[in-house]
Design a protein around this ligand. Sequence first.
Ligand code: SF4
Length: 350
Amino acid sequence: MPDIQTTLRHDWSSEEVQQLLSMPFNDLLFRAQTVHRQYFDPNDVQVSTLLSIKTGACPEDCAYCPQSARYDTGLEREKLMEVQAVIEKARAAKAAGSDRFCMGAAWRSPKERDMPYVLAMVKGVKELGLETCMTLGMLDADKSERLAEAGLDYYNHNLDTSPEYYGEIITTRTYSDRLETLDNVRKAGMKVCSGGILGMGETQKDRAGLLVQLANLPQHPDSVPINQLVRVAGTPLEDGDALDPLDFIRTIAAARIMMPRSHVRLSAGRETMSDEMQAMCFFAGANSIFYGECLLTTPNPAANKDQALFRRLGINSHRHVGEAPLGLEALLNNADNEQSLFYDAAASSI
Ligand code: SF4
């Protein structure tokens, strides 16, 4: 009988996590599922939506990202959206059943001139009765506090990979810059969403290193997105070996064991996953997804495909007694929403 985690820990070592990732697959998944059931309804999966409020032309050099201005990926740039347009999208998302609205901007960090607009977006979306989430790049203490005061509930900022492998992926901001942003966000009273990307050529040790960094934060992130790299033509990572899907599932399981109270989110890369692989990820402890068929730069499973998979797996069945789960059918009936509510998490490392 494996030693089942019952308390929150912040003292994981890389060796320990590598051992976890190397366990016999069935033992690892049993352990993860057992931990999962101690903290969550195993048949409940949170569904998140995203809106890109400013697309492309980012000065950073994240090697996986089609939004970087440094790579020719054919992505069309867009300026910061009008506040009212963002609020209308949020209203449509609420009508479609969302309870959290995430807004992403491809910035190194928000500039002072952008802040009034961003704060107005947070206030406006909040007034609709939605939870608010943003990902805008690095945040200092002052901007963190102002966003929190405006009503921002969550802030996403990923660590991406291990500190050791990080320099292979990004050179324009440091690992400690990222940790500092997470610290500012937490100190301002917002919830932290932070995870990484797998399949960038990293080793198992790097995957362990990423999880150690996340789990050993003073407080575990409330949400932990685990992305599978989407190889976009024109980015430095467009070629390279695909990750063994079982290693992806192992990483989900280890994240669940190490951060038992966090929502572990399947993010970018779901389009290339079979239904069976997604089912294994849910069994391993993933309990959140991004949905949306028409994403900005790379595909994501169609919302109706997600709905069908959830039905086949009995996921969220308690949420659709007499109605579509999370209003997905309403969403599908609104072509305009379908086209515009979502963008790709991979495009900005969410
Ligand atoms: S991941 Fe974010 S910071 Fe990095 S290039 Fe893309 S948009 Fe910019």
